[in-house]
Design a protein around this ligand. Structure first.
Ligand SMILES: [Zn+2]
Length: 382
C-alpha cells in the first residue's frame, strides 16, 4: 500500500535509513509479529512437519515471520523506489499491524506516474513469490523438508499479498491502478477517485462483515479482517476528500484566497495595548506585526502572550515577542499555491498564515478561508 495523504506524524521505533527513506516499526506491529510467530512456531509447522523438537519449530517460526515482514518491507520499497525515480520523495516506510505503509510526500501529477508507483509493490511481491517457490522446489529435491515448508509458505503468502493488494478498490494498489486507467482515459481524477473509492468502501464493508462473522464463530483471525476493513474504509473516504480538494485548489494561488490589508500591530506596541486594542476588540487569535515601513516582523499569536507574565506586558513590545519566534512556519508567499497553504494550515495549532510579497505583509490566509472556498466550489459543481 502507498499513501500520499501525508497523514499526521505517527510514532514508532526507528530501524534505520536506506535509500533516503526512514524505516519505522509501529507499536501495533509487535502485536501482529508476535501473533504470526506464535501461529507458525506452535501451530502450523508442528502440524505440517511433525517429529521435530520445539526449538526447531521456534527457529522455523521466527525465520519465516522475519522473512514475511521483510517481504512486506520490500513490497513497500518497490512502491517507494519507483516513486523516487518519478521525482516524488518518500520520507518514511512504516510496518503496521495491517502490513506496510509507504508515505509518499505528494500525490502524482499524472496517471502514468500513479500507475507505475501502484504497480511497483505487487511486482516485487510476485518476484518474491516466484523466488521462494524456486527455493521451495530446490529444498524439496534436496529433502530439506522443514526449509521447503518455510519457502513454500513464503511463496504462497507473497502471492496472496499481491492478489489482495491488486483488488481494484482505492486505496489498495489495484484501486490505484484502476484509478490511473480511468484518469488516463477520461482526464478526470475526481471521477476516477470517486468510482474506485466506492469500490474500496464496498470491499472494506465486506471485510468488516466477514470479520464479524468469523468472530461470532470464535475464529479470532476475524479481528484482523475487522481492523483492516476499518482502516481501508477511512483511507478510501479521506482519499476522495483529498481528490476533491486537489481538484478545486488546482491552479489557485494564495493571492486568490487571502484577506488583503489585514489589521496589523506596530512592532513597538507594548503587549498590554496589543491585547486591549487588537485581541480583545478584534476577535482574532493572531495578528501580523509590522515595522513602521511595512516590513513583516512575525505573527503574534494569542498563545505567545501566555508565555509572558502579565505584569511584564507594558514593558515588552509585540516586536520583541515575535522576534524570538521562527516566522518561517507562519508565513507564505503571495504567489504560492493554495494547496501548500492548506497543507501548512492542517497543522493543529496553526489556523492562519501571514501572506508576504517582497518582505511586506499583503494579507492573511486562514484555514477557514480555504475550507470556505472548497465548500462553495463543491456546491457549485455538484
Ligand atoms: Zn502496495
Amino acid at each position: 500500500m502507498s499513501n500520499g495523504d501525508a497523514p499526521g506524524r505517527r510514532t514508532g521505533l526507528f530501524i534505520g535509513r536506506y535509500f533516503g527513506i526512514a524505516f519505522y516499526l509501529d507499536a501495533s506491529w509487535f502485536l501482529i509479529a508476535g501473533f504470526v510467530t506464535y501461529e507458525l512456531a506452535f501451530v502450523m509447522f508442528p502440524n505440517e512437519v511433525p517429529g521435530h523438537s520445539p526449538a526447531v519449530y521456534l527457529l522455523l517460526g521466527v525465520t519465516a515471520a522475519l522473512l514475511f515482514f521483510l517481504s512486506i518491507l520490500l513490497h513497500e520499497l518497490g512502491h517507494s523506489l519507483v516513486s523516487q525515480r518519478c521525482g516524488i520523495r518518500v520520507p518514511r516506510i512504516t510496518l503496521l499491524f495491517i502490513g506496510g505503509l509507504a508515505e509518499i510526500s505528494r500525490e502524482p501529477d499524472d496517471a502514468k506516474t500513479e500507475l507505475k508507483i501502484a504497480l511497483g509493490g505487487p511486482v516485487v511481491s510476485v518476484i518474491l513469490s516466484a523466488a521462494f517457490y524456486v527455493l521451495h522446489l530446490g529444498s524439496t529435491a534436496l529433502h530439506w523438508i522443514p526449509i521447503a515448508h518455510v519457502c513454500g509458505w513464503l511463496a504462497w503468502t507473497n502471492l496472496a499479498l499481491a492478489i489482495f493488494n491488486m483488488f481494484p478498490g482505492y486505496p489498495l494498489d489495484g484501486g490505484r491502478v484502476l484509478r490511473a486507467l480511468i484518469w488516463a482515459k477520461t482526464g478526470r481524477l475526481r471521477r476516477a477517485t470517486y468510482i474506485t473509492s466506492r469500490i474500496g468502501i464496498g470491499f472494506s464493508w465486506f471485510l468488516i462483515v466477514a470479520g464479524v462473522a468469523m468472530l461470532v464463530k470464535q475464529y479470532w483471525g476475524g479481528l484482523s479482517f475487522l481492523l483492516i476493513g476499518f482502516f481501508l474504509k477511512s483511507a478510501a473516504e479521506s482519499g476522495y476528500a483529498n481528490a476533491i480538494q486537489r481538484e478545486i485548489l488546482g491552479g489557485v494561488r494564495v493571492r486568490d484566497l487571502m484577506t488583503a490589508n489585514p489589521a496589523t500591530i506596530p512592532d513597538s506596541l507594548p503587549l498590554n495595548l496589543a491585547v486591549e486594542d487588537y485581541f480583545l476588540s478584534g476577535h482574532h487569535v493572531a495578528y501580523p506585526v509590522c515595522a513602521p515601513d511595512g516590513e513583516f516582523r512575525g505573527l503574534l499569536r494569542l498563545d505567545f502572550l501566555k508565555e509572558v507574565p502579565k505584569e511584564k506586558w507594558p514593558y515588552v513590545s509585540a516586536g520583541d515577542v515575535v522576534a524570538e519566534k521562527s516566522a518561517e512556519t507562519l508565513r507564505i508567499g503571495v504567489n504560492e499555491s493554495a494547496a501548500r497553504a492548506m497543507r501548512l494550515l492542517l497543522a493543529p495549532e496553526l489556523s492562519r498564515l501571514a501572506v508576504i510579497e517582497n518582505d511586506r505583509l499583503v494579507g492573511i490566509v486562514t484555514r477557514h478561508d480555504i475550507l470556505h472556498f472548497i465548500e462553495i466550489h463543491t456546491e457549485l459543481e455538484d
